[in-house]
Design a protein around this ligand. Structure first.
Ligand code: SF4
Length: 457
């Protein structure tokens, strides 16, 4: 479905873009199942990280205290002139949901306390204060394992105020999981994917080409499966080719098992092929883990390989559907403002996804929304993401045939509500960062913990 907009009026639009990421790191701890073969860390630094990563170095200096980490980071960001009114809190290190419960609740509450600038009695109060605080938590990301996404664990993540969950999928193959000591199965990935999407989370997969037991052909086949099968279809990806990193089991065994990571050339070829397979609804957040050279035993050391990959794709002129390469912020050309709203519909983990995007007639992306519709006893309509790009453009818009001026966010929300209503859903749910609740209240939504909801019928 497409709508055409008239020329814009020059009026800034209140959007939910312009979010500043703030990373907090958990205290070191080993994962319950042991250690995945490629994974460093775990004793003095959190598992999966090294003591040379900037966020870990900061956390080490502050004894991994969440309050101090957030406070310190806010001060630095302020001093550097970055906006700190809208924060995306990113919880890094090991598997958060495996820490003892008391630590989990304490950790998140202390992050909110630091953003609020005052200590609350409990997590609920801290979240309430944050709804109107100066540093609002508008999104929260938790890194997790596929086998830690049970309904109970999902409820807890919602209670924390999380909006995005990233799970390690690596390559969806039970044999590779065995060889790399992942300690879970492909079925766990399928279950986690469905549970997380049903709860409204934005879902990211970490994927690792070049693992022991794989090869370039197998990697591409398995990667294809991620989008061919409706059991997977993540919203985001981090593509981390396997490297041999100091202090990992692989560093001790790679010679014995005759393991060789991909060369730079092989890696680039694979990444280009993967990019060509990614559909419109998926964004590549990162390529290559940023392990410092001194921590590398074998494998890629070119940390900015993504630039080369994207440059080569651009030069080849091949069409790429992936989100990031189409975003307004990464495109300085073809910026006409003839905006239209496109809807892409696809099956996903026993539900229907409607991916709504606002693009100009050169395909440049200005905003997107993810609407999920499920049927059955617990069926419902859930908005899993609303994201507006290009806040610096001061776009205002005037929709043809409609007298009032509308923001892009509002335009997307209205379209999503229309679709849900046509499908006879009585209400619509939004998973909302704590600090975005006010935004949705202004659009007629009410808090029905942990979601914002609006009656449609
Ligand atoms: S689950 Fe993640 S953090 Fe834990 S050992 Fe495996 S890769 Fe490392």
């Amino acid at each position: 479905m497409q709508k055409q907009l008239e020329k814009h009026v020059k009026k800034p639009v209140r959007t939910i873009s312009g979010v500043t990421p703030l990373t907090v790191v958990l205290k070191p701890r080993k994962c319950n199942h042991g250690t995945c073969i490629y994974c460093p860390g775990g004793e003095y630094v959190p598992q999966s990280y090294t003591d040379k990563s900037p966020a870990v170095m900061r956390a080490l200096a502050l004894g991994f205290d969440p309050y101090e980490q957030v406070k310190n980071r806010l001060n630095v960001l302020n001093a550097m002139g970055h906006p700190t009114d809208k924060i995306e809190l990113i919880v890094l290190g090991g598997t958060f949901l495996q820490y003892d419960l008391e630590y989990q609740y304490w950790f998140i509450k202390r992050c909110f306390d630091a953003m609020n600038g005052k200590d609350a009695e409990n997590l609920e109060e801290a979240k309430k204060i944050n709804e109107t605080a100066g540093h609002r938590c508008v999104a929260m990301c938790i890194e997790n394992r596929p086998d830690n996404c049970s309904p109970e664990e999902i409820k807890r993540m919602l209670e924390f105020g999380a909006t995005r969950v990233e799970i390690g999928v690596q390559m969806p193959d039970d044999e590779i999981y065995m060889k790399t000591n992942r300690g879970h199965t492909v079925q766990d990935v399928i279950n986690a994917t469905k549970n997380l999407k049903n709860a409204g989370f934005k879902l990211g997969y970490h994927m690792m080409p070049g693992l022991p037991g794989s090869n370039p052909k197998k990697d591409i086949e398995l990667f294809k499966k991620i989008f061919d099968s409706s059991d997977f279809r993540p919203d985001q990806l981090k593509l981390y080719p396997c490297q041999v990193v100091k202090d990992s089991p692989l560093a001790r065994t790679y010679k014995i098992i005759k393991y060789k990571p991909y060369t730079e050339k092989q890696t680039k070829e694979i990444l280009k092929k993967m990019m060509a397979l990614i559909p419109e609804y998926c964004r590549v957040m990162r390529m290559i883990r940023e392990f410092p050279k001194e921590k590398m035993v074998k494998g890629l050391t070119k940390l900015d390989l993504r630039k080369d990959v994207e440059e080569e794709i651009r030069i080849s002129g091949k069409k790429v559907n992936e989100i990031r390469m189409r975003e307004v912020g990464f495109n300085s050309k073809n910026l006409n403002e003839n905006l239209m709203l496109k809807t892409i519909e696809y099956d996903s983990s026993d539900g229907k996804e409607y991916f709504l995007e606002i693009v100009n007639d050169n395909g440049i992306l200005f905003g997107l929304l993810r609407l999920r519709l499920t049927k059955g006893k617990e069926g419902r309509a859930t908005i899993r993401e609303l994201h507006i790009y290009g806040q610096t453009l001061n776009l205002g818009e005037h929709e043809k045939g409609v007298s009032q001026h509308k923001g892009l966010g509002k335009w997307l929300m209205e379209e999503a509500e229309k679709i849900a209503k046509e499908k006879k859903y009585e209400k619509i749910y939004v998973i909302s960062g704590i600090g975005v609740r006010e935004y949705y209240k202004n659009l007629g939504y009410k808090l029905d913990r942990p979601y914002m909801i609006k009656k449609l019928l």
